[in-house]
Design a protein around this ligand. Structure first.
Ligand SMILES: [Zn+2]
Length: 417
């Protein structure tokens, strides 16, 4: 049976109207609060029929189940992906959708795992990546510009939110918008969801650190179509930088901060998750209700360190290189900190959403004891990619108030070069 016959339908989580995929952009313009967010939930969908299998390792850890006093703990290692994080699935979905429209350039606002995954995967396909970033994320920009197929637009005096907003406004026929607020990408997590559904016994809770919330929302969507009882999702966030916990407290789809609620130096090591806005928040909110889950927040750098210290006691995970970046280990950190939230018969699945290799400096500060194990893993990664010898040739700095016309001209200069 071919899924092509099914017209994809989405429900707006703000007004409950259902629309077909071609009407999404138009509808978003009519939702004043929703235009930058992932506000649609896929309903009837062709992927449910067409899902492929995925090879992603899931371990179980008796070291963790003893320490947390629960029946079982699964560890799903998204860090083992080619690009080292769960963003791999969103990017794979974007490439699949863009190919149907013959688009070969992908535009996002990111200097983190999403950008890295896009750079690596587009290069393997012979495609290009356009990245909007705040100029201040200088360290990461340097790494990204080493990819020959990447072009970086670095915005002066800009926040990540400015970069996101500009990136979302680009509307050129050659370019696919691969930002997380593109709701067509949510179904990209279906293969991971199916892999989890094949576990026996099934997990009762799924814990993961949350930046935008796309991951847990996408998994919940997958469970909805496979399982009778959806595991409770437990989105985890850092203290004062997790607007989603306030969305839940106030029973609102969207909640954003004006500033961080805590001194950033107490939480800065989990850079990929500290956020003023989370662009998939309405979807995560919906997923939380569907699964009857709950958020856990209040983590600080020291909680991440405690998680690494526990991880070091599991020789099997260390031997297999299952060492996440600080943002990726938040689920375990929350399970330790809030042990009393779980009971003896619970079965936890904790997703390690990113690989330590992308954040070695942070790890050196948080858990220097782990660095020997990590250096052994280093040589195995990053093969078969081509890099620029002359760094910074594929970057342009511009004012965040630059006009559309200017930005389009810069993009076309790059495309035609
Ligand atoms: Zn609506």
């Amino acid at each position: 049976m071919s899924g092509k016959m099914i017209q994809n339908i989405f429900k707006c989580l703000i007004c409950n109207e259902t629309v077909t995929s071609d009407k999404i952009l138009l509808h978003k313009q009519r939702e004043p609060d929703g235009k930058d967010y992932g506000i649609f939930w896929p309903e009837l969908h062709s992927e449910i029929v067409d899902c492929h299998d995925i090879d992603i390792p899931i371990y179980h850890s008796t070291v963790f189940s003893k320490a947390l006093n629960v029946q079982k703990v699964y560890i799903l290692d998204e860090g083992s992906n080619l690009s080292g994080s769960m963003k791999e699935h969103v990017v794979a979905k974007a490439i699949q959708l863009a190919e149907q429209k013959k688009q070969t350039i992908f535009n996002i606002a990111s200097s983190g795992n999403h950008a890295l995954s896009l750079a690596i995967q587009t290069q393997r396909h012979g495609y290009h990546a356009l990245l909007f970033v705040p100029e201040s994320s200088d360290n990461k920009i340097r790494q990204l510009t080493t990819f020959e197929n990447v072009f970086v637009l670095a915005l002066k005096d800009a926040t990540y939110e400015d970069a996101y907003s500009l990136s979302n406004q680009i509307n050129l026929p050659e370019i696919f918008n691969a930002n997380v607020s593109n709701e067509s990408l949510l179904t990209g997590f279906l293969p991971v969801g199916r892999k989890i559904c094949s576990l026996s016994p099934l997990p009762s809770h799924i814990l993961a650190g949350v930046g935008n919330g796309t991951y847990l929302a996408g998994l919940t969507w997958s469970f909805q179509h496979t399982l009778k009882k959806i595991p409770k999702i437990v989105p985890v966030g850092m203290k004062g930088a997790f607007p989603f916990e306030f969305a839940v407290k106030n029973n609102k789809h969207i909640y954003k901060f004006d500033d961080y609620g805590v001194d950033k130096t107490c939480i800065d090591e989990a850079a990929g998750s500290i956020a003023l806005e989370s662009y998939s928040m309405p979807q995560l909110f919906h997923a939380l209700k569907l699964s009857n889950g709950f958020p856990l927040s209040g983590l600080q750098n020291n909680d991440l360190r405690n998680a690494y210290l526990l991880l070091m006691k599991d020789e099997n995970l260390i031997k297999n290189g299952v060492i996440p970046e600080p943002t990726g280990i938040m689920g375990l950190a929350a399970a330790i900190k809030y042990k009393e939230k779980f009971s003896r018969d619970n079965i936890l699945l904790i997703s390690f959403t990113g690989n330590a290799l992308t954040c070695l400096d942070s790890l050196q500060r948080l858990a220097p004891e782990l660095m020997t194990d990590i250096s052994l893993q280093l040589c195995k990664k990053r093969k078969n990619l081509s890099f620029n010898k002359n760094m910074y040739q594929n970057i342009r700095y511009l004012d965040k108030r630059a006009s559309h016309k200017d930005i389009e001209r810069i993009i076309y200069d790059w495309i035609s070069a």
